[in-house]
Design a protein around this ligand. Structure first.
Ligand code: AMP
Length: 599
């Protein structure tokens, strides 16, 4: 039933009374973006005015934009690392925030190989919760009757540790799923999930995935939407089904639970759900035993209306595979967020992947934008960077996002590059362009050029005994198979052809590279199984020269030519692959523990 006229809700008529409040809030925030930003900045500066950090820059209680902009520097994580380390070590004084730091959120961005630690405060959950509460009211504008079905969402918790000072350090979503906001959420017919909390909260990734899939299969006709946080997570679930459908079908036919599920609370919970359903089991066997897995999602969950997964940024590489498994269902990327701050939402969640834009909600933090143009005076060395306010960005331009948060990050560079596509009321909408410096990514991992270089040079130490060196290399994120994996092309100089490196040594080079990649990569390999073994493809001598010839034939300048450290252009890949002389895979998993390396 529509309860309001379209006139008062430009986005469309709300599906229910509760939605109308959310849509009204979006209108208010976006109509007054600049005023809200001014108020948010003043609020942040007022409450943090006595912090060591703000005192250092002599704000003297000022809460206006001009004083803020002229006194406070733009920083990276490394610039404030010593403050963060003091908090981690147990210093409870007001260093960055006037409110007590409740825990650290570990981002998938790394510094010196370890996840960055983001200090957060308890009340930040209210803001995150507020953003979450806007998602369904927007979705209900585009997809009807979502209250009549359930969501099959594959959600997982990850390892958590404590800092030396005793604060928890864990990913933001792990913190969320373990919080009362998630565990004791009030019933909402639009947010009914097939996965019980016990399955989401089980730290063992196999047991968690198995039981979430089992519940999704049992309730297959009730499922109206299928999702995961990122596209890669949903594809891992499909891969899991490919590998485990026989066990799942067996449990469903017998009403039993596989003995690999050992977590007592999980066994207890699932045993109340599972009953023998031989017909459903037959159906699953029929659908899964064939070679052809095209449209498997809509075959098994026939009422699915859309997939709810982020497909922007590094996840765009998974769109064709998702299309294949879902028979082209709409892909909804609903929100844009980070450990440091939740930013905003997609007001047109059914739009095509290439048209997805996010509207930053001006109440979430104070946002500034560093223009990216080459010749912009903002980038000049002599003058400090000139940052643009949220309401003043220009359509078509690209910017780096800089945030100031309630938890105490001031003019902090997140590392994301965004392009303004349009405005909704006075709030800009952004296309996510890329993460700065990220070369390779399969899931949450991001490997930059320096990390790749370091990994290659560490691995090539193993070649010294064979009088061999790596003369050139490039890389590629292979994501056609699930889980995806890194492929590194190596051209070798073997100085003693009678004694070339053995196959085994080159396999070990793969592992040596993995061992020197950052902890998010290694966690993906070891704990989450979200990344497959690293592969080295050795190419014939002269291949990289051919690569250069090819680039020059397409207009590159000889003087300025640099070997690309990551490739994804089909003709280049074809050239490289046609010159491969041997292929090697990592023979084991790299070293990883949840503990951070001591600093
Ligand atoms: P983390 O620091 O691990 O919380 O990851 C946050 C980062 O993930 C953001 O800064 C973005 O680079 C990326 N990210 C989050 N949401 C999206 C999205 N909707 N589209 C593209 N990238 C995203």
């Amino acid at each position: 039933m529509m309860v309001h006229s379209e006139l008062s809700f430009p986005l469309g008529p709300p599906a229910c009374e509760k939605d109308s409040k959310a849509l009204q809030f979006i209108e208010e925030m976006t109509k007054n973006a600049d005023a809200v930003q001014e108020r948010v900045l003043a609020e942040i500066l007022r409450r943090n005015s006595d912090t060591e950090y703000l005192r250092r820059f002599h704000l003297n209680g000022a809460t206006d934009r001009d004083t803020f902009k002229s006194n406070i520097p733009v920083v990276t994580y490394e610039d404030i690392q010593s403050e963060i380390q003091r908090i981690a070590n147990g210093d409870r004084s007001s260093i960055l925030s006037g409110h007590p730091i409740s825990e650290f959120l570990t981002s998938s961005g790394t510094s010196a190989g370890e996840r960055k630690l983001t200090p957060t405060i308890r009340e930040e959950w209210d803001r995150r919760q507020l953003l979450y509460s806007l998602l369904m009211p927007v979705m209900n504008l585009y997809v009807q009757d979502l209250d009549k079905g359930k969501g099959l969402y594959f959600l997982f918790v990850k390892a958590e540790t404590k800092t030396p000072g005793g604060l928890l350090a864990r990913p933001v979503l792990t913190s969320y799923y373990k919080s009362d906001h998630f565990k004791n959420r009030p019933f909402d017919p639009y947010m009914v999930y097939t996965s019980p909390n016990e399955a989401v909260l089980c730290a063992d990734s196999f047991q968690s995935m198995y039981t979430q899939m089992l519940c999704g299969l049992i309730m297959h006709e009730e499922v109206f939407r299928v999702g995961a946080v990122f596209a890669s997570g949903l594809l891992r679930a499909i891969r899991f089904l490919q590998l485990n459908w026989q066990l799942l079908a067996h449990d469903i036919s017998q009403g039993t639970l596989n003995p690999k599920i050992t977590d007592p609370s999980l066994r207890d919970c699932i045993s109340k759900i599972i009953k023998p359903k031989p017909e459903l089991s037959e159906f699953i066997i029929k659908e899964c035993s064939g070679e052809n897995w095209e449209s498997i999602i809509t075959r098994i969950w026939p009422n699915t209306k859309y997939l709810d997964v982020v497909i922007t940024g590094a996840m765009a590489q998974y769109i064709p595979t998702l299309d294949y498994y879902s028979g082209g269902l709409p892909l909804a990327s609903t929100m844009y967020a980070s450990s440091e701050c939740y930013f905003g939402l997609n007001l047109k969640p059914m739009s095509k992947p290439s048209e997805v834009s996010y509207t930053i909600m001006p109440n979430m933090g104070y946002f500034e934008f560093l223009p990216l143009e080459q010749n912009d005076p903002a980038l000049s060395r002599d003058s400090p960077p000139r940052l643009v306010d949220l309401a003043n960005v220009e359509v078509g331009k690209e910017y780096e996002l800089i945030i100031t948060t309630y938890a105490g990050l001031c003019r902090y560079r997140v590392g994301d590059i965004l392009q303004v596509t349009d405005f909704y009321n006075s709030a800009p909408q952004f296309r996510f362009i890329r993460r700065k410096n990220a070369l390779l990514s399969i899931e949450a991992d991001k490997t930059d050029e320096a990390e790749l270089q370091e990994a290659v040079s560490n691995a090539s130490v193993l070649l010294q005994g064979f009088n061999t060196s790596v003369v050139e290399y490039t890389s590629y994120a292979e994501t056609k198979s699930i889980p995806g994996h890194y492929v590194i092309y190596w051209e070798l100089l073997v100085k003693d052809p009678a004694n070339p490196p053995t196959h085994e040594v080159l396999n070990n080079c793969c592992l040596a590279m993995e061992d020197s990649l950052n902890s998010v990569y290694r966690q993906g390999r070891v704990a989450d199984n979200s990344i497959g073994p690293l592969e080295i493809r050795v190419v014939k001598n002269g291949t990289f020269e051919e690569l250069m010839d090819y680039a020059i034939s397409r207009g590159a300048s000889i003087n300025q030519y640099k070997v690309p450290r990551c490739v994804n252009f089909t003709p280049i890949m074809e050239l490289l692959d046609s010159r491969v002389v041997s292929v090697h895979f990592s023979p084991a998993v790299p070293h990883w523990t949840p503990e951070r390396r001591p600093r």
